[in-house]
Write a new protein. Structure first.
Length: 137
């Protein structure tokens, strides 16, 4: 179910996959073959979909509480094209990279919305849902 939601989130679901099918229908089998290709090629990430905090200038900003605590700090994930960067709320790049001009936009957005980001991290840490934040204008 989570993978199907992720694929729908990225707008990659073929028309036949959005309609109910019997288990023996070739359309649904074709859909799973397509999903397998999308996952292997990196178009779709397997797992749950992180909540989107904001969208601006083609940048998707997400935040979630990691169960494993991989980064050990409050942080966001910013995606642009096929690149992703993980930035702590204090501005340190923890992992990955995106284009320098896009990174500057993300950093400016983070500075403007620091209080909202910290509030969202606290909500997620308590297991509650985060809220959307205004995009950079």
């Amino acid at each position: 179910m989570a993978l199907r939601l992720a694929v729908r989130h990225y707008g990659l679901v073929p028309d036949t996959a959005s309609k109910p099918h019997a288990p023996s229908d070739t359309g649904i089998r074709r859909w799973f073959i397509d999903v397998d290709f999308w996952v292997k090629s990196g178009i779709v990430k397997v797992g749950f979909v992180m909540p989107v905090l904001s969208l601006f200038y083609g940048i998707i900003v997400r935040m979630y509480k990691e169960v494993t605590g991989k980064h050990h700090k409050p942080h966001i994930h910013a995606e642009y094209a096929r690149d992703e960067v993980v930035i702590s709320l204090d501005g340190e790049t923890l992992e990955g990279s995106i284009q320098a001009n896009k990174l500057k936009l993300v950093e400016a957005w983070m500075e403007i919305h620091r209080d909202d980001l910290e509030a969202n991290w606290k909500l997620l840490s308590k297991g509650e849902q985060c809220f959307r934040i205004e995009p950079l204008k």
